[in-house]
Write a new protein. Structure first.
Length: 435
């Protein structure tokens, strides 16, 4: 049995420590049922944005390699196996761009060469990971002339007369990435379809999304891409149930939808994730974006706790994978061409060529390094003083992740695994137990 811990105000960052009882506090109980298995895990990862690829080009080759290893090496790093790319530009591109020339509805000018640094990064990550990285593609906006506001920004809506052309654009994106050896396993219809932004954005109502899915699904199948999954929503948890229902209650659209993607911004309504699973248990759930907004947030331990709290709750509620937002940002929280600066789990101080592993990096690692693709969640219940989730890996390893957000240590008795565990879960810590 191994116990790996990260703890506030210590040098313990994904560090192996002993399993011990250190206080006389009463024991809380966690009961795990290894026979009651739930969802299968796809993997964990982050977004290969143009900003991330650009930041790595600003440091020397050795540091670049170390940065990639920090995420994707299963031994030296935290074992990422999935990722996300924007279908042409997003706010974390160096500027808005398309894969085609303006007004080319024939798509004859389709060219992904602007993405080459992103593709190179994915390929280098695959070498480090020792396996292919599954990629989700998400658009922030269709080309401006296909929208009713004639602009890539401030929302606007895709004109129905362009549904087929836009669906063909998805096909070309997947095909061109495939030619580069990149596995695009899924696409979402639209990133944050309820958000009108000062950057690349587009509004889809539930009805709009339903109508477009009924074009995109057959278009993918006609192109021989029926194995590529379609995800809907790709926005926050708050209205994910009603938005998914708006599409899935349509029998034709239902046939083409693999599942629902969601983000964490502005709310932690975890119960909605389970509500949607319970309504459509045969459909899938994938967390596709989350980050700490508003700048870099160096040395803010509570950001790590935010990650742990969100990951545990979403995984308990049937999420099958977790994709963080930007892999690598500079010390300003960018670059971002509209100054929408954020934090990433690995920040790069460019001038000093320094890699800074943030608390969020270690918190994510408590899941991604130990819960392998193909793992299944084991049912668990018990104390409400701790956050916890348990899995069994394909090789039979049993994994328990326990987080204590409180200001006091807590004793816990974990029952039902191959070994009995009594231990103290320290204040403001996260632990991974591997049996």
């Amino acid at each position: 049995m191994k116990h790996i811990r990260t703890k506030k105000d210590t040098s313990q960052w994904l560090k192996e420590v002993s399993v011990e009882v250190k206080t006389s506090a009463p024991f809380e109980s966690i009961l795990i049922d290894p026979l009651d298995l739930k969802q299968t895990i796809i993997g964990f990862g982050g977004a290969f944005t143009e900003a991330s690829a650009y930041n790595l080009s600003r440091i020397d080759a050795k540091k670049r390699q170390q940065a990639i290893e920090a995420y994707f090496d299963p031994i030296k790093g935290i074992g990422y196996t999935i990722g996300r790319v924007s279908i042409h530009g997003c706010d974390f591109s160096l500027g808005s761009y398309l894969y085609i020339k303006d007004f080319d509805d024939s798509l004859e000018s389709f060219d992904i060469s602007r993405d080459q640094k992103i593709i190179d990064l994915i390929k280098d990550a695959e070498k480090v990971a020792g396996q292919s990285i599954k990629i989700l593609g998400s658009p922030w906006t269709p080309p401006f002339w296909m929208k009713d506001n004639n602009s890539p920004i401030h929302g606007g809506k895709l004109l129905p007369k362009y549904y087929q052309t836009w669906a063909d654009y998805f096909v070309r994106f997947i095909q061109e990435y495939q030619k580069k050896g990149i596995d695009v396993f899924a696409v979402s219809v639209q990133n944050e379809p309820a958000a009108v932004q000062r950057w690349d954005s587009c509004i889809f109502t539930g009805e709009d999304e339903c109508a477009f899915v009924k074009v995109l699904g057959p278009t993918l199948r006609k192109a021989g891409l029926e194995d590529k999954h379609i995800l809907i929503w790709d926005h926050n948890r708050d209205i994910m149930v009603e938005r998914a229902k708006a599409v899935l209650q349509d029998k034709e659209a239902y046939e083409y939808v693999w599942g629902t993607a969601f983000h964490w911004y502005e709310n932690e309504q975890f119960s909605n994730v389970k509500k949607l699973h319970d309504l459509y248990p045969e459909k899938h759930l994938l967390f596709t974006e989350g980050c700490q907004e508003g700048g870099p947030h160096f040395n803010e331990y509570q950001v790590g706790e935010r990650y742990g709290r969100n990951m545990i709750n979403d995984l308990r509620n049937y999420t099958e994978g977790y994709i963080d937002w930007n892999l690598f940002l500079d010390e300003t929280g960018g670059p971002n061409h509209v100054n929408n600066l954020c934090s990433s789990p690995l920040m790069i101080k460019i001038f000093h060529e320094e890699l800074v592993l943030m608390p969020s990096y270690y918190y994510i690692g408590h899941f991604s390094k130990f819960i392998k693709p193909g793992a299944k969640q084991m049912a668990s219940h018990g104390t409400d003083k701790l956050l916890y989730v348990s899995f069994v890996n394909p090789n039979g390893e049993q994994i328990v992740v326990i987080q204590n957000q409180k200001d006091f240590d807590c004793n816990v008795d974990i029952i039902g695994l191959k070994e009995k565990i009594k231990m103290t879960v320290d204040a403001h810590s996260i632990s991974t137990i591997v049996i």
